[in-house]
Design a protein around this ligand. Sequence first.
Ligand code: ADP
Ligand code: MG
Length: 451
Amino acid sequence: MNNNEIWQSVLAQMQLHISKANFSTWFQNTEITSKDNGKVVISVPNVFCREWLSNKYYKLILKTIYDIDNSAKELEFVINAQPVKSFDPKILENEKNDIDQLKFDEFKINKETNLNPKYTFDNFIVGSFNELAHAAALAVSENPGHVYNPLFIYGGVGLGKTHLMQSIGNRIIESPKKKKVKYIASEKLISNIVSAIRSNTMESLKNSLSNIDVLIVDDMQFISGKVKTQIEFFHIFNSLYEKNKQIILSSDKPPNAIPELEERLKSRFEGGMMTDIDYPDYETKLVILKSKLQEKNLKLPDDVLEYMALNIKKNIRELEGALNNLLIYYKSTNNIPNLEITKKLLKSFIFSPFDVTNYKKIIETVAKFYNLEEKNLLNPTRRKEIVKPRQIAMFLLRKELKYSFPDIARKFGGKDHTTVIYAYKKINQEVEENNKLMNEINLIKQRVYSG
Ligand code: ADP
Ligand code: MG
């Protein structure tokens, strides 16, 4: 890859880490001007960019370059007030259009409902990993308040919860029945409740919510531990529920796994329809990639798409991010990336369990998931509530990290590795028969791999 191509790949990376507006502020008119003896010189338009990039993004930029070219050792930012010539003006124009488009999209968020019109059932791809959630969502959109109430959708990040919930809302507001829909992120709702408590205006907050027909609250897990907010939300929930108003909730875990959630709220959440979204399978990932490409009017070679579907495992958001990476490359070089280039450009997306997961991560995640102390998980015990999480942790160490049984036994303070073999076999078999357990393990895995 030449300097320009390398820089394009850095730009694509950076887009994943900062907002589009920031991206255009700090990265427009930047380029690699030279790369000698391990020193990469990057030209930037002004002193602010230099400070900002070198303070905040030095490591990430260097790492991205290093992944492509192992000789890179350090960066130097130099100020070059001239517009960068190697940038095709057409590209800048395109980028600008993208940014305008983005502003336009943000602008289009419906002020009254908070719904983003880009999330619809029409562009939501269905596969075995999400078909139950999709079916439930469709049913709710056709008959809000009467089929599943509440609808509770859970699953790891980037798997389509927000997209699906907003699709319901967008479908409902299209219908002639003129239902009043409100989408709200739980953080926002929580902060509204907290300030209403503080300023003694709870009544008016409740009034403002009382005429809503469909309330959609995203990422409910954040209500964990917020005692007063939970009490108020319980009342809000009830008053809507009693009037047959539809409530739709999402969370990164099922209600019974949300720590410090009031029992009565938990049973409310579980009282309607609970449905999860899992990881997409290979075939569906291919379909998703193809449909996103179609939206953008672009074609990529089949082997590139297959490579992406096979190797990007984290979630659908990553899949989109990787695709954007390739699009940026295409726009800036006018070459359709082939498989070889793709492998380089997507290096940071391609996930290997051995890179991102390790022993510590698994133990930590399992303990957190079951609300246990790590040391309790590791010490031999017969306490029932610990035995199962212990077995699951052993199972995952074996399955995901290929630890040997004796190694696992040592980690868990035991001398006898037959206990570990027993645990592994037991969980392995139970997973096949017990949906609840399979769900739990999938959720733990999602969490282990998502950051
Ligand atoms: P979550 O809320 O679970 O974190 P999002 O709904 O934000 O995930 O989805 C992440 C991205 O992936 C979004 O851009 C969304 O449009 C896209 N996406 C998720 N699921 C699908 C799907 N089934 N079909 C098409 N795009 C999807
Ligand atoms: Mg979301």
